[in-house]
Design a protein around this ligand. Structure first.
Ligand code: DX5
Ligand code: ZN
Length: 231
């Protein structure tokens, strides 16, 4: 078992998404674990990216499990389509979901893992009961909407809380972090207890995206000796 690295296609060339997925596939055991796909609707966040038809095309183009991060209003209505299409993990925002418990059950019934995301300013405590119904907790370490922003270290307190709850058996989520993860920030995130690291510009801005994935994973391993990776 190992630390999971999830390159974000937001920083890839949108005209060549299949090739960009292949660029991080790597040799067995070395490549990207998940491919992070940022869906934005210009309502929940100011930016607009891509939606279900592109995700369906990607599912045909790559064998890497897709990690769909839905930064959209009304995920109660739209998220299920991504699960039914075959996304591996479908993450919705707690700030946008009306009935996140029912939504998680629907996502799981459709065969996906269910993820719940919190923006940097959203506390964890009010949502701990809800999180019992989820498989993944996505802690945003930038304001959602754009790649290439600076990491907000304050959110690591939420990572530490979640890690503690998981390690003591009170929660079973995988802890994922998204935003500003690069060679300078990934070690602090790893030490705080992250399981899965999303990286957009740090991977697709590199000359060799596949090598960037391996280097990030090696950095995590180096600062977490003896950690039993559950993923
Ligand atoms: C931001 C997205 C992130 C983004 C991260 O709203 O959710 O997934 O791609 O990009 P970097 O790694 O460049 O901060
Ligand atoms: Zn994201």
């Amino acid at each position: 078992m190992r630390p999971l690295i999830a390159p974000s296609l937001l920083s890839a060339d949108f005209a060549r998404l299949g090739d960009e997925a292949a660029a991080v596939a790597g040799a067995p055991g070395e490549g990207a674990d998940w491919l992070h796909v940022d869906v934005m609707d210009a309502h929940f966040v100011p930016n607009l990216t891509l939606g279900l038809p592109v995700v369906e095309a990607l599912l045909k183009a790559t064998a890497i499990p897709l990690d769909c991060h839905l930064m959209i209003d009304d995920p109660d209505r739209w998220a299920i389509g991504y699960a039914e299409a075959g996304a591996y993990n479908v993450t919705v925002h707690v700030e946008a979901a009306r009935d996140p418990v029912a939504l998680a059950a629907d996502l799981r019934a459709a065969g996906a893992r269910a993820g719940l995301s919190v923006k940097p300013g959203t506390p964890l405590e009010p949502h701990l009961e809800t999180l019992r119904h989820y498989d993944t907790l996505l802690v945003m370490s930038v304001e959602p909407g754009f790649g290439g922003q600076s990491f907000i270290p304050d959110v690591l307190e939420k990572v530490r809380t979640a890690r503690r709850l998981v390690d003591t058996g009170h929660l079973t989520v995988l802890v994922e972090i998204d935003g500003g993860i690069n060679a300078e920030t990934i070690e602090a995130a790893a030490e705080a207890g992250v399981d899965c690291f999303v990286a957009g510009s740090a991977v697709y801005g590199a000359d060799d995206p596949g090598r960037a994935v391996r280097a990030l994973r090696d950095q995590v391993r180096a600062v977490t000796p003896g950690r039993a990776w559950s993923a």
